[in-house]
Design a protein around this ligand. Structure first.
Ligand code: NDP
Length: 292
């Protein structure tokens, strides 16, 4: 049996239609939701991500401000820009594209963003709020995955969930969100023994590693929901240069019940939830101002 494919592009289009209505409603009240994106250095992948984010903003009625800095820019320059954006009432979300050049202290830069404008949800205050089950901004990728699971009515309560990867931006927040929905969550990482033992138990398997096709069909429980967060460029074979996920789609789709493709799966939803967080920030700001 072949798995149902969870089309991230289609879901993203539906969600973005709703977001565009929210942007319109804000505009009608005199507020243009705005996202500031800071890019430092010439990493080509980062440049593509930023371009996609900016394009998505424009289409949804969110104003985007893009600040490009050369690789050798001093950290103080970027911190000064963040302080300026924090103080600007017309800016609702601020995003610093990662990774930053080596001479930057990424934690320090992320902590400099006002927690009320931290639409990536990486500020320690927002990470803490999420851990306490009182999220202010949910990190975009796990947020997008939750929306995907919801769109397919995938049962979460009591489900065995295995997440491969424990990064601050994907694996850990993913685990917190699923735990909040009463799933039984296991997190695997590079030091986990017998990865397949864990993945084969999973009703829901989330792969967020960054290793091309490492999860194969024989590591998946029949009928499982498989969410592939990984984005890798294939180095050899007939598809060299093309993108692929952490899951070997060809073998996995014969075993899984539901599966996300790469590209066209989690990626479009990540950007969509960035827009959602920016609109949320703008709506909160308006509500606070109306309150006085
Ligand atoms: P990180 O490199 O920060 O984390 C990777 C995780 O995978 C680490 O926890 C690491 O373990 C674990 N890992 C590495 N090797 C193995 C292994 N052999 N077995 C089990 N676990 C392993 O990556 P990110 O979380 O930032 O990103 C993961 C992937 O998701 C990447 O491909 C990235 O491009 C993609 N991504 C996609 C997004 C989207 O929108 N679709 C958004 C963000 C990321 P340890 O902690 O022990 O080192």
């Amino acid at each position: 049996m072949s798995a149902k494919i969870l089309d991230g592009n289609a879901l993203a289009a539906t969600v973005r239609e709703r977001l565009a209505l929210r942007a319109k409603a804000l505009s009608a009240q005199g507020v243009t939701p705005a996202l500031a994106v800071i890019l430092v250095g010439g990493d080509p992948a980062s440049a593509v991500y930023v371009r996609n984010k900016v394009a998505a903003c424009e289409k949804t009625g969110v104003r985007s401000l893009k600040f490009d800095y050369a690789e050798d820019t001093a950290q103080a320059t970027v911190l000064a820009k963040i302080a300026e954006l924090n103080a600007d009432d017309n800016v609702h979300g601020i995003l610093v594209q990662l990774p930053l050049p080596r001479h930057f202290d990424a934690d320090l830069v992320l902590e400099a963003i006002s927690p009320t404008k931290d639409v990536d949800g990486f500020h320690a205050e927002n990470v803490g709020a999420l851990a306490q089950g009182k999220p202010r901004f949910i990190p975009c990728t796990p947020y997008g995955v939750m929306e995907m699971l919801k769109s397919e009515n995938v049962p979460l309560k009591g489900a065995e969930v295995v997440i491969v990867g424990r990064s601050n931006i994907v694996g850990k927040p993913m685990a917190l969100l699923l735990l909040a929905q009463s799933a039984t969550v296991t997190i695997c990482h590079s030091q986990s023994r017998d990865l397949a033992f864990h993945t084969r138990r999973a009703d829901i398997l989330v792969a967020a590693v960054g290793r091309a096709k490492m999860i194969t069909g024989d590591m998946i429980k029949p009928g499982a929901t498989v969410i592939d967060v990984g984005i890798n460029r294939q180095v050899d074979g007939p598809n060299a240069g093309k993108l692929c996920g952490d899951v070997d789609f060809e073998s996995a789709k014969n075993v899984a019940g539901l599966i996300t493709p790469v590209p066209g799966g989690v990626g479009p939803m990540t950007i969509t939830m960035l827009l959602a967080n920016t609109l949320e920030a703008a709506e909160r700001d308006l509500a606070a101002r109306q309150k006085g």
